[in-house]
Design a protein around this ligand. Structure first.
Ligand SMILES: Cc1cc2nc3c(=O)[nH]c(=O)nc-3n(C[C@H](O)[C@H](O)[C@H](O)COP(=O)(O)OP(=O)(O)OC[C@H]3O[C@@H](n4cnc5c(N)ncnc54)[C@H](O)[C@@H]3O)c2cc1C
Length: 100
């Protein structure tokens, strides 16, 4: 699992593809796809043509609803998971610790 601050993610994306390519506050309304292209309609009425659409839009995913359509999320019975992570292991995997 990788966890990072949203601002850090934005910076990494901008570094990789350049300023002006990364959009924020864009909401997917719907999409259509053919063999090579995904045509994405945003809620602000803009349209985006792309080779790949990754549906990472959360628990009430609009993309998943359109792609799979398996209904509203159902409670699994698990309210929370708790995990411990050793300081040595954190350093070995290049995690930043509060004392660093
Ligand atoms: C109060 C609270 C406390 C929590 N505490 C913890 C915790 O301590 N530890 C833990 O592990 N988990 C915690 N969770 C759960 C954790 O936040 C989620 O499991 C995790 O954020 C899910 O990640 P995700 O990327 O699937 O979705 P999200 O983090 O929900 O990200 C979805 C993103 O998609 C965007 N989006 C939504 N709809 C669209 C659309 N149509 N088009 C484009 N973008 C869209 C949203 O704006 C959002 O940025 C907590 C959740 C809550 C509500």
């Amino acid at each position: 699992m990788v966890a990072l601050h949203r601002a850090r993610l934005h910076a990494m994306l901008i570094d990789a593809v350049g300023l002006g390519v990364v959009r924020t506050s864009s909401h997917v309304a719907s999409f259509e796809q053919d063999r090579a292209t995904v045509h994405v309609a945003l809620t602000d009425r803009q349209r985006v043509k792309t080779e790949l659409l990754v549906g990472a839009d959360g628990l009430h995913s609009n993309v998943r609803a359109q792609l799979i359509g398996d209904g509203a999320p159902a409670y699994s019975g698990y309210t929370s998971w708790l995990a411990g992570y050793g300081k040595t292991a954190a350093r070995e995997t290049d995690c930043r610790l509060p004392s660093d």
